[in-house]
Write a protein that binds this ligand. Structure first.
Ligand code: CMC
Length: 433
């Protein structure tokens, strides 16, 4: 909290007792009421189970204004970064809080490139999974297992080891993800190549085979890199908060990231990108849209319009805006312009944006709405969509983890509760119950 500025105080009166709670101000965004001393002053907790009004930490990495639809990393808008930078630059920005100069970028790219191989024994891990295992399940296992292979970068108190762990994670994720795919289709694993860019290497390890040379379409490489940028970090979402909470106990970084991947998998979070495609396929035809909109509005029906709505964005998700624009170009380049799913998605979006239910609740398309269509056109199976999200988000997770560990005020995260269970009961022996 060292950089937060005091900005007055809030007065709270409880049970006739008045306490002054400090108000703190960041560089931009809502101020916060500092309730850290509330319990010692009043004996009460605050209650906010899904963190709707709670800032769980301070951070200088990513800023979101959900009302307007703004997303910035280190002060740079996502549109600017997606349009002009590269994923490697964004990784550097998140890890070091500044964009790299040319020499720093070259050095960083080399470092990432030279960490991309996996320990050879990690290959054996894959063989332990069923062929039909979901690649997210494989990824959780393999990333968690990195703590068993890279002991020399698990000392969280050593800044050099923290940096090496960050580099290893960013560098090895494409290899881990591509091998999860290769294992599922029964093809040989390809090793990374140092002469290829980050995205190109990943595409080759995913779609190439040892029997012939794989040359990636430059437009696809660009689209892949842009998708990675758009997913790089997103403030204190469920998976990032999981990584921070796991890390607050002093757990090693690879274990923490595995916990983040597990959290991302859910359909309310990163799992939504595959759920969108499954939903579009289920809708099948424009004529069926009204029926699905009706179901999405029905409180007795668990169906939700996947790729719509966001806890923070009450406006168009800026990442969806970038993806919608590039969906057209990428599909054109890939000769998939007439993909009926894109047409269906556009029609669904149009109808939902005009519908009173969605308008009243400010439900707009989110990043997952268009990403699946592009990923499908590139050739990824639906089961790999969330894996790609995890690959790209790894930098955000590790940067947030690093930021937390480097905060001198950092302590273990330990939420409290509003207890609603039985009070004091006497044990009754089993034969008397
Ligand atoms: N379809 C239909 N109704 C919805 C939807 C939806 N996709 N999203 C929210 N609502 C309704 C919800 O029923 C509620 O209505 P009411 O006030 O009448 O009870 C209202 O909108 C507010 O929703 P909420 O569930 O309280 O909002 P939340 O902030 O807890 O949930 C969300 C956010 C993203 C989980 C939710 O909008 C959702 O389930 N969306 C679909 C899944 C999705 O696309 N997730 C990806 C999020 S972006 C990428 C990422 O973060 O990983």
């Amino acid at each position: 909290m060292s950089d937060a500025k005091p900005a007055g105080s809030a007065t709270l009166t409880v049970d006739g007792q008045t306490v002054e709670l400090p108000i703190l101000e960041g560089t931009v965004g809502p101020k916060v009421i500092d309730v850290r001393k509330l319990y010692s002053q009043t004996g009460m907790f605050t209650y906010d189970p899904s963190y709707t009004s709670t800032a769980s930490c301070d951070s200088a990495l990513t800023y979101i204004d959900g009302e307007v639809g703004i997303l910035r990393h280190g002060g740079y808008s996502i549109e600017d970064l997606a349009g002009n930078s590269s994923f490697m630059e964004v990784c550097y920005l998140l890890l070091h809080h500044e964009l790299p100069n040319q020499a720093e970028l070259t050095d960083f790219e080399n470092t990432i490139t030279y960490h991309s191989m996996l320990h050879e024994q990690m290959r054996n891990l894959y063989g332990g999974f069923r062929r039909d295992a979901h690649p997210m399940a494989v990824m959780i296992g393999v990333v968690g297992a990195m703590s068993a292979f890279y002991h020399d970068s698990t000392d969280i108190n050593d800044p050099q080891q923290r940096l090496i762990a960050s580099h290893r994670l960013i560098a090895k994720m494409p290899t881990i993800a591509a091998w999860a795919y290769k294992y599922s289709v029964g093809q040989p694993f390809l090793y990374p190549r140092n002469d290829l860019s980050y995205a190109e290497n990943f595409l080759r390890m995913t779609f190439g085979v040892p029997a012939e040379e794989y040359v990636a379409n430059p437009a696809v490489v660009d689209a892949m890199d842009k998708i990675f940028i758009l997913h790089a970090d997103h403030e204190q979402n469920a998976s990032t908060s999981t990584v921070r909470l796991a890390g607050s106990s002093g757990a090693n970084p690879f274990a923490c990231i595995a916990a983040g991947i597990a959290t991302l998998w859910g359909p309310a979070h990163g799992g939504a990108n595959s759920a969108v495609l499954e939903m579009l396929e289920q809708i099948g035809d424009k004529k069926n849209i009204p029926e699905f909109i009706k179901r999405a509005k029905d409180k007795d029906d668990p169906f939700r319009l996947m790729g719509f709505g966001h806890r923070v964005y009450k406006n168009y998700d800026p990442r969806a805006g970038v993806l919608k624009k590039s969906a057209d170009d990428v599909l054109e380049l890939l000769g998939a312009k007439d993909d009926p799913l894109l047409e269906l998605a556009m029609e669904l979006e149009k109808i939902a944006l005009e519908d009173e239910y969605f308008v009243d609740r400010k439900l707009f398309p989110n990043v997952d709405f268009y990403s699946g269509i592009i990923l499908k056109a590139i050739g990824f199976p639906t089961s790999m969509f969330t894996v790609l999200f995890a690959l790209a988000r790894s930098v955000g997770w590790i940067a947030q983890w690093k930021e937390m560990i480097e905060d001198p005020d950092q302590r273990i995260g330990r939420p409290r509760q509003l207890f609603l269970g039985a009070t004091d009961r006497e044990y009754v022996p089993v034969d008397k119950r």
